[in-house]
Structures are given as structure tokens and as C-alpha cells.
Design a protein around this ligand. Structure first.
Ligand code: UDP
Length: 237
């Protein structure tokens, strides 16, 4: 099947299909960190992340969250609904880790009483700076109503993921969500995977996510596989 590339991001390539409302997201093995400064590859990364995302999208759909996910058509190819991506990275933090511990006097591991939501401007050119509502509105990234919906959806998604992952021995310190508009509705888009979440082992506290690549913390391949074994055991049968 020849397919026309629409867009290639840092970890996924998006292709057109015969149906203008439907696209293919191909999950690649490439890894990047620090706004593309650090680059790498990991065998099977695309496969694990695609299947972890698929499972989490299905779980969220079953709980009433609308997502862009349609179905997997091949190991690393996900059929998705075409949406207009909102250029806001919605970050939800349950435990302090990463950039927030560098910008503010917060020790890594500090548990937040309430989830902390941060909006970042999704822009490689500007290095994803943090937004407040007024800047988001001034940039025309979303309406005030949409910002309220994004917060509400992010909190609900975080709540559902915390429970689901805890049952599988995974702590969720933080995650990044992206949303898109379709037919007047806001759908969860992009991916939910080891590249876009912090996952810590509930027993050992060790990272099982992209921090291993960012900070050379060990065997990234083993860690992603461990997460996949807990979330999508069926792909190992
Ligand atoms: N994150 C992401 N893409 C980005 C920035 C952050 O997926 O461009 C995720 C990251 O993996 C983590 C959470 O969002 O789970 C919070 O990231 P943080 O702001 O701490 O930035 P980082 O320390 O990852 O640079």
C-alpha cells in the first residue's frame, strides 16, 4: 500500500487514507529529548508505545472519554480520526518530577494534594513555553470555554489513569495530553505512552519511561517492555 505522508513528528508519522476524515499514525522507534537536542532509537519502541496507547485509549473510551483512536491496523499503525490539533500541551502532575523541580522549590517525589495542571505552548520553535489563560487566548490557541473543557477532561483522564495504572503496579507522577477539535467536539488525541508519561514502578520507584533515555538511567528497552507487559500482556501471548 502506498500512502501519502501528511506530517512527520519526532516519534510518529501521520499518513492520509482514502477517507479524508481518517488518518494513520505510525509509531516510530525514534526517541528525542530536550526539544530534539538528544536523539536515539529503540528497537520495538513504536510497537510498545502504539499498543500501550491503544489500550489506554480503549479504557478511556469505555469510561466515556472521546478519543481520536479508531483501531490498530498493523503492529505500529493506528487508525485515527482527523482532528484539528489544539496547540496546547496539557500537563497533569501528581508528583513533582522533571522540569517543575528545576523551576520551583519542589523536591522530586513531592506528592501534590491536588493534581497540578500546566498548559504549555506546543511549539518546537519557541521551546514549548508555559502559558497562562490570557496568553493562550491572546495567541488564539483556544477559547475560554475550551480551556475550561481541557482542564476538566485532563483531570478526569488523570483520575482514570491513576486507578488503572495503580492496579498494574505503576505510579503516574505526570503526563502530557493533547487534544483536537472535530465536529464541534474536543477529542483526546496524540498518544499516552512511555514517551509522554512518567511511569514509576510501584515497588522500586524506578523510572519505566523516557527519563531513562533523557538521563541515561539504564536499559530503556527492558523498561518499556515491562510497562507493555503490565498494560498489554496480550501482545506477549
Ligand atoms: N512531556 C512530553 N512532551 C513534552 C514535554 C513533556 O510528553 O514536550 C511529558 C513528560 O514526559 C512528562 C510530563 O510531560 O511526563 C512533564 O514533563 P516536564 O514538564 O517535567 O518536562 P521534562 O522534564 O520531561 O522535560
Amino acid at each position: 500500500m502506498t500512502r501519502e505522508e501528511l506530517y512527520s513528528g519526532k516519534a510518529k508519522t501521520i499518513y492520509k487514507t482514502d477517507n479524508p476524515e481518517i488518518l494513520i499514525a505510525e509509531f516510530r522507534n525514534s526517541l528525542t529529548a530536550f526539544n530534539g537536542e538528544k536523539k536515539g532509537e529503540m528497537d520495538k519502541k513504536g510497537y510498545y508505545n502504539a499498543h500501550i496507547s491503544k489500550k489506554l485509549f480503549e479504557m478511556l473510551e469505555s469510561e466515556g472519554i472521546r478519543t481520536h483512536y479508531i483501531e490498530m491496523i498493523f503492529d505500529i499503525d493506528m487508525l485515527i480520526k482527523k482532528v484539528e490539533i489544539i496547540k496546547i500541551e496539557v500537563i497533569v502532575r501528581n508528583i513533582a518530577a522533571g522540569s517543575i523541580t528545576k523551576k520551583y522549590p519542589l523536591k522530586e517525589g513531592t506528592i501534590f494534594k491536588l493534581p497540578v495542571i500546566v498548559f504549555d505552548f506546543k511549539s518546537d520553535e519557541y521551546g514549548d513555553p508555559m502559558l497562562n489563560d490570557d496568553i493562550a487566548l491572546a495567541l488564539g490557541l483556544a477559547t475560554r470555554e475550551e480551556l475550561t473543557i481541557l482542564r476538566k477532561l485532563a483531570l478526569r483522564i488523570n483520575e482514570l489513569l491513576l486507578i488503572y495504572l495503580d492496579e498494574r503496579g505503576i505510579i503516574l507522577p505526570d503526563l502530557k495530553l493533547e487534544f483536537g477539535r472535530k465536529d464541534g467536539e474536543i477529542l483526546l488525541a496524540d498518544e499516552i505512552s512511555c514517551d509522554t508519561c512518567r511511569f514509576w514502578d510501584k515497588k522500586t520507584g524506578q523510572s519505566m519511561d523516557k527519563d531513562i533515555f533523557r538521563f541515561n538511567k539504564g536499559d530503556i528497552s527492558k523498561a518499556y517492555e515491562k510497562v507493555a507487559r503490565r498494560i498489554v500482556p496480550e501482545i506477549f501471548e
